[in-house]
Design a protein around this ligand. Structure first.
Ligand SMILES: *Cc1c(COP(=O)(O)O)cnc(C)c1O
Ligand SMILES: [Zn+2]
Length: 428
């Protein structure tokens, strides 16, 4: 299939189609965000669903990938282009018991993106965007990151032999994420105190240094990330849930999910779209504040604070795309405290489901929205758990610090002491 992709500005008053040779991430006339658009052929949705399903049995890397298996939805590569894949996607959809009860009760299932190759949903976007970079002969890619984007960029860049530069706020990203980036050979530049500061500096520097930006303002990231909805719907026999809930940082993920749903609806794969819900951390919730007050502009949070580091972002670059998909899906935004996030994380763990703190914000948000009557009891809800439990073990260990915890015993190495200690602690 020939590529029919083009880039267009999302601003209603502009909508300018971009020069295809530029591959920019900002509109050349108004500076607005860009999105990838296609002239899709008329699909036979039934036949294509069968084909997608069949590909799961194939051994071809392109068919194994949960992104490229749905390649008809992202036809931006030329025929026979080299796909840069690590067999991303195909992540589990897991039911919950306690978490569903605790939140509503609702029928809560979690789509666990933490089982991607580098441990977060960022891999879905990165396979698309590094493939694009490789097609265009890019030599250096770069991102500013709260951690997961960098781990992912470093892995995919390594795979295709492109140099990766990473801008991170000093001392602000988890050790595991930094270790991943270093392990995959990225050049790490610690600069500034917040993600937003590092990102702004990178944006200013990128053109003169010839750096290809792979942050989620890169519209090809969104293309990879949107395939999660095709995979999710396939896992549910193409029955859309009532709600899909995601944590909101830079707001690329919700924008991608919204775009994916909208295209699947337009193409006749589904008849109704779920409502999208974004949950932000209370100390980093400028989007929540903008939407709740119906403001026309977003006022950035200059000092974002939350222990959910993956969503510690004060000036979300994709907020206009996010607002558009929320309006379209009649969704909403919620804001939750760190206490609520960690409580939700504990409840998920009781179901045997681990995730990083930012991901648990979804479940905390669902509970809050149920209590406010905005999500009805017994609704069919999917929470997207964006990152792996092992991405941030410090956050877990902080909970068990010191010896006061009844879950951590330190015992003298003799049987009497052990009997004594365990008698009190072991459950009947
Ligand atoms: C990147 C990330 C987010 C935030 O996603 P956005 O697209 O920036 O809104 C949430 N959780 C985790 C684990 C992430 O890595
Ligand atoms: Zn424009």
């Amino acid at each position: 299939m020939m590529s029919t992709a083009y880039l267009q500005c999302i601003e209603e008053r502009c909508g300018r189609i971009q020069d295809p040779k530029q591959d920019a991430f900002q509109c050349s006339s108004c500076g607005g965000l860009l999105e990838v658009k296609y002239h899709f052929p008329a699909f036979d949705s039934e036949a294509l669903r069968k084909e997608w399903h069949q590909r799961r049995l194939s051994g071809e890397p392109e068919d194994r990938s949960g992104v490229w298996r749905f390649r008809e939805l992202i036809p931006f590569t030329e025929p026979r282009a080299r796909i840069v894949s690590l067999s991303e996607g195909s992540t589990p959809l897991v039911g919950t018991r306690r978490a569903g009860w605790w939140t509503g009760p609702v029928h809560l299932t979690v789509k666990h993106q933490g089982s991607n190759p580098t441990g977060s949903f960022k891999d879905l976007g990165m396979t698309a965007c590094i493939t694009r970079a490789a097609c265009r002969g890019v030599r250096r890619v770069a991102c500013a990151s709260t951690g997961n984007t960098s781990a992912s960029m470093a892995a995919y860049a390594a795979r295709v032999g492109i140099q990766a530069l990473l801008f991170v706020p000093r001392g602000q990203i988890s050790a595991a994420k930094l270790a991943q980036a270093l392990d995959f050979g990225a050049l790490v530049v610690e600069v500034g105190d917040t993600f937003d500061q590092a990102f702004r500096l990178l944006r200013d520097l990128a053109p003169e240094m010839g750096l290809y930006l792979v942050n989620s303002v890169n519209p090809f990231r969104i293309e990879g990330q949107k395939t999660i909805v095709a995979e999710l719907l396939e896992q549910r026999a193409w029955r859309p849930p009532d709600y899909i809930v995601v944590p909101g940082g830079n707001l690329g993920n919700v924008s991608a999910i919204g775009k994916g749903l909208r295209e699947l609806l337009d193409l006749g794969f589904i008849q109704k779209a779920p409502r999208l819900v974004v949950v932000q951390a209370a100390g980093a919730n400028p989007f929540y504040r903008a939407v709740s007050s119906s403001a026309c502009e977003l006022i950035p949070e200059t000092k974002p604070v939350t222990q959910a580091t993956a969503i510690r972002i004060g000036n979300p670059a994709n907020w206009k795309k996010a607002r558009r998909v929320l309006e379209w899906s009649k969704g909403f935004v919620e804001s939750v405290t760190d206490e609520e996030i960690f409580e939700a994380k504990r409840v998920l763990a009781e179901d045997g489901v681990g995730c990083e703190p930012a991901s648990a914000a979804t479940v905390a948000g669902i509970r809050k929205l149920c209590r406010a009557g905005k999500i009805e009891r017994h609704a069919d809800v999917v929470a997207v758990l964006t990152g792996n439990q092992l991405k941030d073990t410090d956050a877990i260990m902080r909970r068990f610090q010191g010896m006061e915890s009844e879950r951590r015993l330190r015992v003298e190495p003799n049987l009497d002491a052990l009997r004594h200690a365990l008698r009190a602690a072991v459950r009947d």
